[in-house]
Design a protein. Sequence first.
Lengths: 523, 331
Amino acid sequence: MKRTQLLIIVGALIAAALGIFSYKVTRLGFPVVPNLDSDTWTIEAKVSFRGRGDPVTLRLALPNSEGQFTVVDETFVASGFGVETDTTETGRQAVFERRAQDGSAVLFYSAKLIAVDQRYSNDARPTPEAISDYRRSERRRAIQENATPLLVALDSILTEALEKSAGERSFITQLARLSADESDDRISTIIEGGPPEISNASDRLVFLLNAAGTPARHVQGIILDTDTRQAPLTTWVEYWLGETWVSANGTTAEPLNDARTLPIVYDRQPIVDGDGFNRVGVSWSVARNFESQLSRAMERGSEFAPWVNATSLLSLPIDLQLVFRVLLLIPLGALIIVILKQVIGMPAFGTFMPVLIALAFRETQLFTGIMLFTGIVAVGLLLRAYFNQLQLLLVPRLAAVLIIVTFVMMFIALAGEAMGIQTGLSISLFPLVIITMTIERMSLTWEEDGAKEALKKALGSLAGAIPAYYILTSEYIEHFAIVFPELLLIVLAAVLMLGRYTGYKVTEYFRFKVLANASDKTS
Amino acid sequence: MIGFGPISKLAKSGVLGMNSRNLDFIAAYNPRRFYPLVDDKVITKKLAIEAGVTVPELYGVIRYGGEMHLLEKIAEKHRSFVVKPANGSGGGGIMVFNGVAKTGLRRMNGQIMLWSDIRYHLNNMLSGMFSMGDGSDQVMIEERLVPHSAFSKLAFGGVPDVRVIVFRGIPVMAMLRLPTAESDGKANLHQGGIGAGIDLVTGVTTRGVQHNDSVDVHPDFETPVRDFQVPSWDEILELASRLGHHIGLGYVGVDIVICEHKGPTLLELNARPGIAIQTANLRGLRPLLVPIHKLPSVSEDVHERIEIAHANWNGESLERFLAPGEEMRRH
């Protein structure tokens, strides 16, 4: 009875999943395989601030369509605010206005960026002019009139770079090399005597290039790299070379990949300004868009089957989409756990620990993750053993270990930063409480059943996390999960079926080997 | 069932796997609402007395930290006693004392445990560290059972017990659990105790295992663990059968201590008895459980149930135990 009910449910789930899936693939043409070289992106800016009860005018710098990307589908979400876009000499801006704003407010801007091939754009742009008070002709004259140390140093550097180079590109490279060397007396002269806004190597490079007559400018923008909810604002330089602006690293002048750089403001213009508010913060999120095949499928869907789009996760704001890209992998993780526990019989602490560890590893990469995990757990075990000697009550002891684990993480983050290893962001997502519980359970097992049992379970937990990690990081599986979430119904069906699995676990074969062999002899 | 060689060999030997135990027997025969009856040892004790079964005397219960002084009073009066969490599992947290000193209590190994250490341990028990589920627990203080003298050369530093699996009130399989130096006086197999399979009809041990490996002698005494006649065997079976029938759980593990003075005494019940007993007996549980599962009804008479148990152990058909007009169940 229970069996038939279950079979009906499982059958219905699988049929529904496959039905929706095949409709989406065959009729609407949803792509089954992700196109990883897609060149459209969605960016989103979230501006939060506090009003003081006065009229608010807030100007947000926007990316423009002059570079490698065309900006389309711009949307603003700003309830209660008037919005207009405005192009000035310094770039494009969105101006948000409101008569009075009291308390905190959040504004959203999102836009789609489509890469355009510059070779086919025929509107030749005017060559910009290098802006500098120290250009060659002015410099010569100034030196003759009054040879200040700054002018001499400047001239000497430019001459050296020129002598050592064969063309314009190598001149720029030489200049960057010279300007990065702060032990050079000429550079320190420029730092001391130059314009006050020169504070670092990339400032100097822009200053020197302009003085040499090559138009150059400072850029603040975003490197479009991976999907992220916290895209950092990056600084680089652009110089005019061969009829086009070239983006380059501020210290080495090495060109950056144009298809991945999105300039937002130039020459130290602020990203946000205006008045009537304080505590302003801007965060950017970036997501690589699904390829045009997918958008065509979505368009077709809106014609024939509006429900497909209405239920598609791709219609969510990208902030949420990125969350779901992780969340939708959790059912798969759960399936792995069920298989590991019910069919294989792997020992582990707690039921879903391996999946949670795997989710943490997703942020840290596998190797660093395993090192961090073992390190923190080892430190925690030592401390717990000590606290046990102090005879603390159970819950306070857990709390104490939790606090110490927090400190250990902080310490690792600081040490990592000092040694230039990127761990800081990732371990903050490490599930603190889970680690603490692991430590507690592990030390209990250690005391009661011995070190062997405890290590066996710890290894089991880690071993379970590794396959889960590979599944949770596969781009193909991620694509399937977000484009075809209905396939997760099959995962549900599989889990339900395994819920009535009464067969042996793999480990039981080893456990009862004697019995199996004994029955062999008698029969 | 299609399967690889090793798995189908396992199936042929009749081994009961963890998944099958959980679904086919525990889920099917043990209603969840009865679990507290066996998980809480205070309730179990009441039920056992109802069923006419001998239990260790309960000296007192500590419910919260403020009642800690009870322990000192009991220690003064009885000197020898056991402290255990009421909802404990797997023998965790159990402490045995056999004397009182000024600074604390004397443990079985002769060491004195300081009062402060005892209070800390009791607090851990009260906060549920050794208990099933989470949250708080109670501490039971009960009579220390003195093991039967027959075990003097078989049990190291602790109390041996007999685990009987009872299915629908019928004893199905049994093993003797012997503490060793390695298991620190505990009779649990996974802590290094010895499990010895018992012939259910005669009560004589057939073989011993430690850590899943066959052993012939007790590692601490060099005494043989097989061919040992468990004392009061018939009473043990009767106790197990009576209690298994009374408790309302179809599939239950009954742990019995054979006390020098009181005879077979109930230690505790287990609603999820482990499957390691099969290795100790070198026999799968499934062929013993299935015939009983097929019985449409089970006798109210404990002697008839034991007769069924004997016949079942010997592999005889249970047809003759059908009441007139009854038929075996198909599934």
